[in-house]
Every structure is written in C-alpha cells, then in structure tokens.
Design a protein around this ligand. Sequence first.
Ligand SMILES: [Zn+2]
Length: 243
Amino acid sequence: MEKRIYKAEGLILRTRALGEADRLVTLLTWEEGKFEAVARGARKIKSKLAAGVDLFTYGRYTFHRGRTWPIITGQDSLERFIWFREDPDLYPYGLYMAELADRLITGQERCVDVCQLLLEGWRLLGQGGDRFLLCRAFELKLACYTGYSPYLDSCINCASDNAQAFSPREGGLLCQSCQAADVIKLDAGTIALARRLIEAPLAQARMIRPSARQKEELARLNNAFLAYHLDLGELKSKRLLNE
Ligand SMILES: [Zn+2]
C-alpha cells in the first residue's frame, strides 16, 4: 500500500461510530486483506457514502491514505445484503460469518479465499435452506483457509484408519491406542460429513441431510476445535444465536 490513492474491492465486516459524524469500518478486501478505514460524514443524513459503508455491504472502494486510517473517498456498492437487517432471525447468522472471518483474519495478509467464502456465505444465507450445516461448513472451510485444517483422514499419530475420536489439541483424529484425555468421540458418519463439508462447494452444504446425532457431534467438533485454536472470545452473534 504505497500509493496515496488506491482502490480495493471488499466486504464490510464491522462498523462503529467515530467522532461527530464519521464511521470507522473494518473491511475485508481481495487486494489488501483486512484493515480499518474512515468514512467521513457517513452518519450524516445526506451522506453519499452512508449506504455503501453499512455492515453486510460488498463494494468497490477508493481510499486516500490518511494519517491514522485510510479515508474512504468513493464507493460503488456491488451487493447490499439487506435481508440481514430486515429479517431478525437471519441477522445473527450473517453477523456470525462476519465476526468469525474478522477474528480469523488478523492482519493485512492476502485472503482471497476468505473473501470469496464470506461473500458466498452471505449470498447462500439469503437464499434460505438449512443454515445449520451452512454455518458448520463455513467454519470448517474458514479454518482450512486460515491454516488450521482439522486432520480427518486417519489417526494423526499412527495413521491407523480406525480412528473415531477427535482431539482438538492435536487438531486431528486419534485411534483407540493413541487416544488422549480430551477427545470427542465421533460416529464414522460425522467424520465423513465433516470431510465432505470441507471438500464440497459451500452451496452443497444445504443439500446434505445428516442425522440428529451427526449434527450434534459436528457442532461439538467445530466448537471444540475453534475454541482450542482460536481465541474467539465472546461473539455477539453467538449470544444472539443461543437465545
Ligand atoms: Zn493412532
């Protein structure tokens, strides 16, 4: 980021009020990774920037290098995911994907895969269908894209194929003889389901019909794995989803 004026295509992950009328937004961009930028005057009623810097917006932005933060000088909204605002049931799901991406991407590393995943996730949430599996697939793919792929092929310790317990600490499956204290026992179907969610396109997650047991085990697997490897802290969306 050397030029004084530059452009980037990105998704708005988070926004907060700044000063009298400005907005500080966190963007996840294809070209520059994640960073914060100021939308000056965006909280004024007549602001031309306002609509383009809302949470859940995908747009093309022009920035001017500022002293503390880059300043957004122009924007062109490509997609605005307004259904997250209009549907209170849907809102926590859209927010969850944004918050998770925000926590997993820490700096200005390139994150094209994550940008694409989040954009697709927001689009699919709006199309209806099973949100549970869509979110679990999103979590698994996001973990893989940010370097935390869970190892689900065989025992991570001895390569035995007969491994049906997952260790969050090891980040993979363990067989009976290698088992540690912290493992989560998984049905073979749950392991196959998790593998499929990682490998298949995100859209396919809505077409899979797992059993209640598989859903329950998958949620435990993802929660334990994410909690162990990432300091997620309190997510506002998670609280809303639990209510
Ligand atoms: Zn083993």
